[in-house]
Design a protein around this ligand. Structure first.
Ligand code: HEM
Length: 509
């Protein structure tokens, strides 16, 4: 039995401590009021992130709500748990954040500890300051037309395998069809394995898909790993204290092994291949003044594998889904592709593939409705005053979290008339200029714009063009009318999948 004086002490401690905890938790909740900035009321402990923490909704959906709630305000305050953040709505301010005053916002908000995540720490997305600048200048030349064009025959080979796979899988899949995002993921992982590492991933034949599983574990981690991600993202010092890592240890070891095995094989056998890994190996040999090691080459090869597959497969899956729901657009696109193939001996040469107008519009409209990265989180690296188009000023201190609500912009009727409608014509040459700059952010913008954009466009365009030439993509009773985002995924994956049917055409070109 606890003595009476101890009980008294417990009571005293509770009476003294509970208000202190309450004060600590709510201390920052006056932040935006004190600065006369419109805000969305926070909830105790979670701020505006309760549904994110419970994994009921994604950050981008919560941000889209905040965006809509305070219509007319150039910027809106919110709280990520206790941390105040600012959501920028005004196009002028977005331009300032992304381009004009890029030096004040040059880092992404996600932090990676190089000791715990040595591979991810080499991904430019997580790198900051001068180190990021040097890295971009080393990697950018590997994504020029000169480097990408020779990859086309390799890519066409993967497309042939996709066709074979669907010829076998599609008839058996009726009446529900097959899951487009998974098919797209098999394609992009195989593509990236071949073009980046020069290895066969056997994604169309191996039902287990070891490589695929490993890539997916980073982006769609599941409930508990997601809790770890939230600690790493929202409370990085606690993440370090608990020795948490973004990439599970076995996934890290798996990637390290396949890339180093391939590098060793090439070294020992004097093998040179026309792929991204070769570019990285050559860079690590060069004495070009930039310290660039084999460990860097390993990290960048893994970046390509992870960044290059999931984002593109999301886009490709959604493009097939939208074409299935819009047969008239699909037919028009088929005619465009068939005519171009007919004029080029049944192939789509590099320049022709990239220039097909409707194909380009379809991808951009897909990215507008379903951006793979539907909210961008930046951090202020140098204090600055931002001015909105209506003259309102906002002082942003160093360290402030800044969110660009991509989905909010993409679904704002001011910039995109009838925003829920799939209308590729918005991106036609005659109408494209109506879209204010930086209100379409499918690949981001400014100096940090997606590094692999050209590769992404090449692989997704090729897969869409090949599919419409050989198959009719049809909606089935299982095709969702409205797509819900999977709250356990990092990127904008569709909850429950995207079901469509691929019917082979009798004649194709
Ligand atoms: C359709 C496919 C893709 C989409 C929608 C996409 C989208 C994006 C977006 C929105 C960003 C952030 C840009 C910003 O902060 O302004 C980004 C960054 C990045 N992307 Fe992609 N991406 C795709 C494919 C790829 C591919 C194939 C690669 C291959 C290497 C890649 C590599 C990267 C890297 C390394 C960054 C970080 C760039 C930096 O911070 O300097 N992405 N991507």
């Amino acid at each position: 039995m606890i003595p009476e004086w101890v009980q008294f002490n417990w009571l005293t401690i509770c009476i003294a401590v509970i208000p202190l905890i309450y004060l600590y938790l709510t201390w920052n909740y006056n932040y935006w009021k004190k600065r006369n900035v419109a805000f969305v009321k926070p909830q105790l402990i979670f701020g505006n992130y309760k549904e994110v923490f419970l994994q009921k909704r994604t950050v981008s959906e919560v941000m889209e709500d905040i965006y809509k709630k305070l219509d007319g305000k150039p910027f809106v305050g919110f709280w990520r748990f206790r941390t105040p953040g600012i959501l920028v709505r005004d196009p002028e301010m977005v331009k300032t954040v992304m381009v004009k005053d890029f030096h004040s916002f040059q880092d992404n908000a996600l932090i990676v500890d190089p000791k715990m995540d040595p591979l991810l720490a080499k991904n430019p997305f997580f790198v900051s300051g001068e180190k990021w600048k040097n890295m971009r200048s080393v990697l950018s030349p590997s994504f020029t037309s000169g480097k990408l064009k020779p990859l086309l025959p390799l890519m066409e080979g993967v497309c042939e395998e996709l066709l074979e796979y669907l010829r076998a899988a599609a008839p058996a899949s009726a009446p529900d069809g097959i899951e487009a995002s998974l098919t797209a993921f098999k394609y992009t992982v195989e593509m990236v394995a071949r073009c980046a590492l020069g290895i066969k991933g056997n994604n169309f034949t191996d039902s287990e898909g070891h490589l695929r599983t490993m890539v997916r574990r980073i982006v769609s981690p599941g409930f508990w790993k997601n809790i770890e991600f939230m600690i790493l993202n929202f409370l990085p010092s606690m993440g370090s204290f608990l020795h948490l890592s973004w990439m599970p240890r076995d996934v890290d070891l798996f990637f390290t092994k396949i890339v180093t095995d391939e590098m060793d094989y090439r070294k020992k056998n004097n093998v040179i291949r026309p792929d991204y890994l070769q570019y990285l190996i050559n860079m690590s040999k060069k004495e070009n003044g930039v310290a660039y090691t084999e460990a860097d080459a390993l990290g960048h090869a893994v970046t390509f594998l992870t960044e290059g597959s999931e984002t593109s497969s999301i886009t490709l899956g959604f493009a097939w889904y939208e074409l299935a729901r819009h047969p008239a657009v699909q037919e028009e696109l088929r005619q465009e592709v068939v005519a171009a193939r007919g004029a080029n001996g049944g192939r789509l040469p590099f320049e022709v593939l990239l220039e097909l107008p409707l194909l380009d519009q379809v991808i951009h409209e897909t990215l507008r409705l379903h951006p793979a990265l539907p909210a961008m989180e930046k951090v202020c690296t140098r204090a600055i005053s931002l001015r909105a188009a209506d003259g309102t000023e906002l002082h942003v201190p160093k360290g402030q979290l800044v969110i660009l609500p991509v989905l909010g912009f993409h679904k704002d009727p001011r910039y995109f008339h009838d925003p829920e409608r799939f209308d590729p014509d918005r991106f036609s040459p005659g109408r494209k200029s109506d879209i204010p700059k930086y209100m379409f952010l499918g690949f981001g913008g400014g100096p940090r714009q997606c590094l692999g954009m050209r590769f992404a466009l090449q692989q997704t365009k090729l897969a869409i063009a090949t599919m419409v030439a050989h198959f009719v993509i049809k909606a089935t009773p299982k095709t969702p009318e409205v797509v819900e985002q999977d709250p356990t995924s990092f990127l904008a994956c569709a909850k429950g999948g995207l079901w469509v049917r691929f019917e082979e055409r009798q004649t194709s070109l």
